[in-house]
Each structure stands twice: as C-alpha cells, then as structure tokens.
Design a protein around this ligand. Structure first.
Ligand code: SF4
Length: 255
C-alpha cells in the first residue's frame, strides 16, 4: 500500500529514523499531492499535478493564520516532540507564503518548545525565490534532496516538471551552507547506483560540502514496480565511500 495523503495541516508526531518524534506541517492540499517532482519512489504515489506554479490551487491551500493557530494550539499541549518539520503532501517551499510561515513557526517554537528543532524536507525547487532561500537561516535542519549527480539521473529518478532547470537546482545546492543532503538510492529501472552515477553523485557532494549526508532506499511499496531496494549492506558501502572520498559524514538509514 502506498502512503495515504496527510489529511490535515498537522500530522504525527511520526518517528523519524534519524531525528526522533517529528510533528509534520503539511502546507499542501489534503486531497492531492502538489509537487514539482514526480520521483519514481514517492510513497504518496504518482504526482498527478506536477508543477512549480500552484497558484491555481490556492483555494485548496491552508491559510497562513490557520496553520499558525493550529500549531500554537498543538504546542500548548503536553505532546512530546523533538522536531517540527515542513513536509507533507508535496513540496512545501512552493507554498506562496512559505517564508512568512517559517518566521511564525520559528517564533512559536521559541515560545513553547525551545528545545525542539525546526526542519524542512525539500526538493530545493522553491529556493529559486529569494525569500524562501533566506528563510533557510531560520530552519535548524534544512534537509535537501539529491538523488543523482548528473542531469540524466536527475531526470530519470526525480522526473521534474518541465520548467525545473537542472542547472538551477544544482547551482543552488552548491551555493548553500549548512545544509543536509538526503538521498534515496534505488536499483532496477531506473537506477542511480551504477558506478558512473555514484561517481557524479560523490563529486556533487564534494562540491556542496553539506553538514551530513543521509542515505535511504525504499522501504514500502512505490508507484514504479520496476525499481527495487538497495540493500542495507550496499547503502553502508556507499556511505563509507562518500565519507572516504569527500570527508563529509554520510550515514545509511534502514529498518
Ligand atoms: S519531491 Fe518528495 S513529495 Fe515530491 S515526488 Fe519526490 S518524494 Fe514525492
């Protein structure tokens, strides 16, 4: 079974393999996924609305005030959490008021849960907007996707909407400091673990110099039946190679 779309603005806390109890914030509609990518492994299924322009869906997006009120109410309870994470039914940085919302969430965190971290799970495409990029300064854990180090692999695995430019996404990643890279490796058709793919990927990691690299593979059904998981042993091997060749800490996560 694919994952059900999140049915509300807030969800969880879910236990993340890396960070503990994470309260999710979903800024996308509850009845459809809106994303600029259509990743072959997306646990929410195929992106039927694959776009950078979500203006036409504005009626279905949660209002900023509503998000803030819901979060404030939740943070006033005794709910245990380690992390407040922008994620949900698609790409959070496409939300039109993303930067304002990050500011509001950071304030609420400071007021009610100073020990919790604010995280973002993103495919980076919204960072072409200056205010979205600036808002990363208020996010403790900006976790950005990198599934391949060349255009061919990027297009095969992430299947972005036409207006997403490979060069723009990669140049943006190269220009950012203090980010975390999250990668999903898959085998089959398509795959991103051939030697040339890994060489290009490791070269990108060396240029980005992230704080850390987190490696995953698929762990539940995915929309594309021709891909298969990369074993924990293989993930560990890739992690070791990344660390050895780039000096960046790389960790593999699996159940
Ligand atoms: S970027 Fe995330 S939400 Fe969008 S298709 Fe890929 S995995 Fe799914």
């Amino acid at each position: 079974m694919l994952l059900q779309l999140q049915k509300d603005i807030l969800y969880g806390p879910v236990n993340s393999r890396r960070y503990g109890r994470s309260l999710g914030i979903n800024l996308m509609p509850t009845k459809k996924k809106l994303c600029s990518f259509n990743c072959v492994y997306c646990h929410y299924g195929t992106t039927k609305r694959c776009t950078m322009n979500i203006d036409q869906y504005s009626d279905e997006l949660p209002e900023l005030d509503k998000v803030v009120k819901k979060l404030e109410k939740k943070l006033q309870t005794d709910l245990e959490l380690d992390l407040i994470t922008f994620s949900g039914n698609g790409e959070p940085t496409l939300y039109p008021e993303f930067a304002d919302l990050v500011e509001a969430v950071a304030e609420l965190r400071g007021k009610y849960r100073p020990e919790a971290k604010v995280a973002l799970l993103s495919n980076s495409t919204g960072l072409i907007y200056g205010d979205v990029e600036e808002s990363l300064d208020m996010i403790d854990l900006p976790i950005l996707k990198l599934d391949g180090g060349n255009e061919q692999t990027f297009r095969a695995i992430n299947r972005p909407t036409r207006s997403v430019k490979f060069e723009e996404v990669f140049e943006k990643l190269f220009s950012l400091d203090g980010i975390y890279i999250q990668t999903v490796f898959v085998d089959g058709q398509p795959s991103n673990i051939a030697k040339t793919d890994l060489d290009d990927y490791i070269e990108c990691v060396a240029r980005i110099k992230p704080q850390e690299v987190h490696l995953y593979s698929i762990d539940r059904p995915v929309p594309n039946a021709r891909i298969s998981l990369v074993t924990p042993e293989k993930l560990e091997k890739i992690a070791g190679k990344i660390t050895k060749e780039t000096g960046v800490s790389a960790r593999a996560f699996y159940d």
